[in-house]
Design a protein around this ligand. Structure first.
Ligand code: FAD
Length: 512
């Protein structure tokens, strides 16, 4: 079908956080935007299982960098508070160590210093030193890399980027870096486990990412949107409707139509074709290349190149509705292992399910009863696991893994958990691969290794095809909901610039 208006037209493939945010921005700028989403519900990983009165977020649960969310709404002339109710959490997490120590990680630096003093007074000075250098790293990431498109070699080699790289001082890994300041093993884990948010190991991820814990404590805290994180995608869908954008659900794209090096539109799995001035793929980048772009137009991203890239880990997920309340839980609970390095090595090096898995347990009903029928509780259990590049059999082996996970939780205070389950859904890396087209079922997309970051990460434009753009976790700047929202701004600004427009954002602070 040909476009019917004189407006510039855009087709976006996929209604994940990045696809929706890009659509909202382009529609606000007056473009005629249509999203084709293969699933019957929008949001991708940012959606929820909604059954039997339970609402259980599928992927994201931790809202970091609230300023990025607020900025998106402000840029399009809206107030976030009219769409979402954000609650700031304190403590941020409850950390449970295998020696029985329970550390509630407070949200303010003052309270955190008190906790550090309680665990190991000798680490207070080290933590202050860590804080002192973190702000410069954080500013370098945001100013020099994160908020810039990093699309050309010139951008990489600019004085700004080179100076930014110097400011990052990222010559080692997160764990080694924090160990320069902190002696206590529990505190080292408390300040580096955030690597798992990106699906990578703190023992191999560039030290620059220690800013995650700095951002949580010293910059913007951790927030909870009432109704769960899936409310963010619902708010984006509402915004899109307000700007006249179209969202077509249950519409799988099978090919990006490219003629003589120009993206012309998409072909759906049912054979229909749709044309537009630009095509933006929100499908996980390696899958976009492998399944939607025909080989002559993939450039350096051949099948061999895609296979050689480093992916994040997978996640084994249990979404539970239970008829019992565990009052000792917090909203976000982390259960470490007796040898965290071994657990990480089993996932990332040996690629086997760990003998002793680490567990992240999210219990939003602690503060939000709307997520479950009255008196019931929601438990979301995330177990970092190898992705589909391993030999794990994600059908046959799951009952055994489930026993290991449930036994660990029952030993950790969730007494008789299995007897209280009245609703259960299980997602494995295979589910993520099949449902959302995540390459190798890697829950968090391409890993943020040094050589898969900034200019070296897949870019938001195609080298080979005009009018083809990418948005999402596996392209620059990277994964995580706020980060893909920044990606949406970078890609929108670039599309407008490429087509001779100057972005006009409602909030003048957003001007590039
Ligand atoms: C278990 C888990 C926990 C996480 N926790 C957090 C967290 O706490 N905080 C945080 O900020 N981030 C978290 N993340 C990361 C975050 O979910 C992602 O970075 C972000 O949601 C990615 O959005 P996206 O738009 O790039 O991709 P996706 O959400 O994958 O969206 C892509 C969309 O494209 C659709 N699609 C695929 N192929 C086609 C096709 N051929 N045709 C049409 N549509 C198609 C998919 O169905 C999907 O809707 C978590 C992720 C997971 C999996």
């Amino acid at each position: 079908m040909a476009p019917t208006t004189n407006k510039r037209t855009a087709i976006i493939v996929g209604a994940g956080a990045a696809g929706l945010s890009t659509a909202v921005r382009l529609a606000h700028q007056g473009w005629d935007v249509t999203i084709f989403e293969k699933e019957k519900t929008p949001g991708g990983r940012l959606s929820a299982v909604e059954e039997n009165g339970y609402t259980i977020d599928i992927g994201p649960t931790i809202l970091l960098m609230d300023d990025v969310f607020r900025q998106l709404f402000a840029d399009v002339g809206r107030k976030l508070e009219d769409y979402l109710e954000l609650v700031r959490l304190n403590p941020l997490y409850q950390l449970c160590f295998s020696d029985g120590t329970v550390l509630p990680l407070p949200s303010t630096t003052k309270e955190l210093l008190d906790e550090i003093r309680r665990i190991n007074p000798d680490d207070v000075d080290g933590y202050l030193q860590f804080l002192a250098q973190s702000n410069d790293r954080y500013r370098a990431v945001r100013e020099n890399f994160f908020e810039r498109p990093m699309n050309t070699l010139g951008e990489l080699l600019s004085m700004d980027s080179l100076f930014g790289f110097y400011r990052l001082k990222t010559l080692t890994n997160m764990y080694a870096d924090i160990s320069r300041y902190i002696a206590d093993e529990r505190l080292r884990l408390a300040l580096t486990f955030g690597a798992i948010y990106m699906g990578v190991s703190p023992y191999s991820t560039p030290s620059a990412y220690t800013i995650i814990s700095y951002v949580e404590h010293a910059v913007c805290g951790v927030w909870y949107p009432k109704g769960g994180m899936n409310k963010v995608s619902k708010a984006l869908v509402k915004l899109l409707g307000e700007f006249g954008g179209q969202l077509q659900l249950g519409r799988e794209v099978s090919e990006i139509i490219i003629e003589n090096g120009h993206a012309r539109g998409v072909r759906l799995a049912n054979g229909e074709t749709h044309h537009a001035d630009v095509v933006i793929s929100n499908v996980d980048f390696p899958t976009s290349m492998e399944k939607l772009v025909s080989p002559p137009y993939r450039g350096k991203h051949t099948t061999k190149n895609l296979e050689s890239m480093t992916n994040s880990c997978g996640a084994l997920m249990f979404y539970l509705g239970i008829n019992h309340r565990y009052d000792h839980l917090d909203v976000h609970n982390i259960y470490f292992t007796s040898n965290f390095k071994k657990t990480m090595d089993q996932i990332f090096e040996a690629k086997v399910f760990p003998d002793e898995p680490a567990i992240y347990l999210y219990s939003p009903t602690r503060i939000d009863p709307s997520m479950a029928p009255e008196g019931k509780e929601v438990l979301y259990i995330l177990v970092p696991a190898p992705n589909m590049s391993s030999s794990v059999d994600w059908i046959k082996d799951v009952p055994r893994f489930r026993d290991i996970v449930m036994s660990k939780l029952e030993r950790s205070g969730l007494t008789n958990l299995r007897q209280h389950i009245e609703f259960e859904r299980v997602y494995t890396p295979q589910t993520f691969e099949q449902r959302f087209n995540l390459y190798q079922g890697a829950a968090f997309g391409l890993a943020p290794t040094l050589f898969q970051s900034a200019y070296f990460r897949p870019r938001i434009t195609s080298d080979k095809v005009d009018n083809l753009y990418f948005t999402g976790a596996s392209v620059h700047p990277g994964g995580g909901v706020p980060v893909v929202m920044v990606c949406a701004k970078l890609v929108t600004d670039l599309i407008l610039k490429d087509h001779g427009y100057t972005p006009v954002w409602a909030d003048p602070k957003a001007a590039v």
